[in-house]
Write a protein that binds this ligand. Structure first.
Ligand SMILES: CC(C)(COP(=O)(O)OP(=O)(O)OC[C@H]1O[C@@H](n2cnc3c(N)ncnc32)[C@H](O)[C@@H]1OP(=O)(O)O)[C@@H](O)C(=O)NCCC(=O)NCCS
Length: 440
C-alpha cells in the first residue's frame, strides 16, 4: 500500500529528478573524485550529510578519496597560541603531538560516520569499506624568511599505485594531513596540498574543495564556470592574498593547471552542494576547467564580424536563414560566443518570448575546423541554463539538417506552437524546418 500521507507530487517529483539524474549517474560511474574537507566542516551537519552522500556515491561506482583539515582541532589541543607564518603552521614538538592526536581522532570519527548503516539512516544496510595508510611521503618544508617550520612538511610523493589498488577494490581512501619521510619522521601537511597532489598523482577526474564563498565576477554574480587564470585574478585581487580563501582558490587553480580536468569549488553553506553539483544541470558551485584557451561569453558588438564569418557560408548554402548585418547588430545581445585565442569559433543565439515562458535557440554554429569537440553541446547547455534562470519552461529550435544532433541532446519533435509567441510569424512554410523542444 502506498503511504497516503505522502503528497503524490513529492513522489512524482522524486521520480522525475531520478530520471533527469540518470545521465549523470552513468557519467560519474568509475570516475575518481578527490574531496577536501576543511576543518571548518568537522562536527557540522554538513559533514554528516556529506558522509551519507559519499556512501551513496561510492555505491554508484564513484571512486572516492577524502582528505581532511585539522587546524581548529589542533589549536584546541595546544596549551599556548599556535604560530603561523604566511598562513602555514609552524609545527613544533607540541603541535606535532597535537596533529597526530587530532588526525587519529578525526579519522576515527569519519570512519564511524562512513560506517553508519542503521535502518533510520539514508544508507540503511549499505557497507562502505574505508582505508587509510602511509600513502603520502613528505619532506620538511624547511626555513622560510628566517622561520624554521620544524615538523611542517610538504608532499614529496603520493603512493598512487597503492591508492589506485584500494580504489579498484571498492574502498574509500581517507588521507589525514600527515606524511612520513624516508627517515621515519611524521610531518604535518596542509590538507589542501594533500588533496591537490593526490588528485594530480591519481589523474583524478575531479577535485572538490569546499569554500565559505564562491568566486564572483565583477558584477558580483557567482561564477558557475571558470578557468584557472580568472580564478587566480580573483584570488590576487582579494585584500590579503594569503588569506585562507585566496589560498584555497590558488590550490584549486594549481590542480586545474596541472591537469585535473574538473575542479569544483562548493559552498560550505549548502548541505546538498555535492549532489546538486554532480547530479543537476544548475550545479551548486564553481567549476574550474582546463580549457583555458576557450572562453564562453556573451557576445558584444565587436563580435559581429567574427559571427558573420562563421555563419555566412551556412547562410549561402541554405543551412541557416539569412540575417543581415544590421539585424545581427540588433540581436547581438542575444548571442553567446565561444572564443579561442581571440577568434569566435562557435556561436548561438537565445530568444525568449515576451513572457519569458518559452525560449528558442537559433544560429548554433561551430566553425568546421573546431567541430566534434563538444563545443555546440557546451553552448547549448549554457543557453539552457540561461533560459531556465530567466524563467523559461521550455526551449525549442528549428532545423533543416541537424535534427538528429538535437535528438541526441534530449530534444523531442514539436510543432510551431512550441516557438515563442513573437517568433511564430517568422516560421517559413517554404523552408519547412523541423521544430524540436526540450523541457527545462
Ligand atoms: C551541428 C553543429 C552545431 C555541431 O557542432 P559541434 O561543435 O561539432 O558539436 P559537438 O561536438 O557537440 O557534437 C558533435 C557530434 O555531432 C554530430 N553531428 C554533427 N552534425 C550533425 C548533424 N547534422 N546531424 C547529426 N549529428 C551531427 C557529429 O558527428 C558528432 O558526433 P560524434 O561525437 O558521435 O562524432 C555543427 O556541425 C554546425 O555548425 N553545423 C552547421 C550549422 C547547423 O546546422 N546548426 C544547427 C541549426 S541552428
Amino acid at each position: 500500500m502506498p503511504d497516503t500521507k505522502q503528497p503524490a507530487l513529492d513522489t512524482d517529483q522524486a521520480i522525475a529528478w531520478f530520471r533527469q539524474a540518470s545521465p549523470y549517474i552513468n557519467e560519474h560511474r568509475g570516475k575518481t573524485v578527490v574531496i577536501c574537507v576543511p576543518d571548518r566542516l568537522l562536527g557540522t551537519d554538513l559533514l554528516s550529510t556529506l558522509t551519507h552522500d559519499l556512501t551513496l556515491l561510492s555505491h554508484l561506482g564513484v571512486r572516492l578519496v577524502l582528505s581532511f583539515g585539522l587546524r581548529s582541532d589542533v589549536d584546541a589541543r595546544l596549551s599556548k597560541s599556535p604560530t603561523f607564518h604566511n598562513g602555514r603552521r609552524v609545527t613544533d614538538d607540541a603541535a606535532l603531538a597535537a596533529v597526530i592526536d587530532a588526525a587519529g581522532s578525526v579519522r576515527s570519527e569519519l570512519e564511524s560516520m562512513l560506517s553508519m548503516g542503521l535502518p533510520n539512516t539514508p544508507m540503511a544496510g549499505a557497507h562502505l569499506s574505508v582505508c587509510s595508510g602511509n600513502f603520502i611521503t613528505a619532506r620538511p618544508y624547511g626555513v622560510h624568511e628566517g622561520v624554521d617550520f620544524q615538523h611542517t612538511g610538504t608532499v614529496r610523493e603520493v603512493q598512487n599505485r597503492s591508492i589506485e589498488s584500494l580504489l579498484a577494490s571498492g574502498h574509500l581512501v581517507i588521507l589525514p594531513p600527515t606524511g612520513y619521510s624516508l627517515t621515519g619522521e611524521v610531518f604535518n601537511l596542509p590538507a589542501e596540498e594533500v588533496a591537490v597532489e593526490t588528485a594530480v598523482a591519481l589523474g583524478a577526474d575531479k577535485l572538490v574543495m569546499f569554500v565559505p564563498q564562491l568566486p564572483k565576477n565583477s558584477n558580483g554574480d557567482w561564477l558557475r564556470e571558470s578557468y584557472a587564470a580568472e580564478i587566480r585574478n580573483i584570488a590576487s585581487a582579494r585584500v590579503q592574498a594569503n588569506e585562507p580563501l585566496s589560498r584555497t582558490y590558488n590550490h584549486a587553480c594549481s590542480a586545474s593547471e596541472r591537469g585535473v580536468d574538473r575542479v569544483h569549488l562548493l559552498p560550505e553553506s549548502d548541505p546538498n552542494a555535492l549532489l546538486r553539483e554532480l547530479f543537476t544541470v544548475d550545479g551548486s558551485g564553481t567549476l574550474i576547467t582546463t580549457e583555458r584557451f576557450e572562453n564562453l561569453r556573451q557576445a558584444t558588438i565587436k563580435d559581429v564580424g567574427g559571427i558573420i564569418e562563421l555563419i555566412e557560408p551556412l547562410q549561402l548554402d541554405g543551412t541557416l536563414v539569412k540575417r543581415s548585418k544590421e539585424q545581427l547588430e540588433l540581436d547581438i545581445n542575444e548571442f553567446t560566443v565561444l572564443e579561442r585565442d581571440g577568434r569566435v569559433v562557435a556561436c548561438a543565439a537565445l530568444f525568449l518570448s515576451d513572457t519569458n515562458a518559452t525560449a528558442e535557440v537559433a544560429c548554433l554554429v561551430t566553425h568546421p575546423d573546431y567541430q566534434g569537440g563538444g563545443r555546440a553541446a557546451k553552448l547549448l547547455q549554457a543557453l539552457q541554463k540561461i533560459a531556465k534562470q530567466r524563467g523559461a519552461k521550455s526551449l525549442c529550435i528549428r532545423t533543416t539538417r541537424t535534427a538528429h544532433w538535437f535528438i541526441e541532446q534530449g530534444f523531442t519533435p514539436a510543432d510551431v506552437s512550441a516557438l515563442p509567441a513573437d517568433r511564430k510569424a517568422s516560421y517559413s512554410q517554404s523552408r519547412n524546418s523541423k521544430i524540436f523542444a526540450i523541457t527545462l
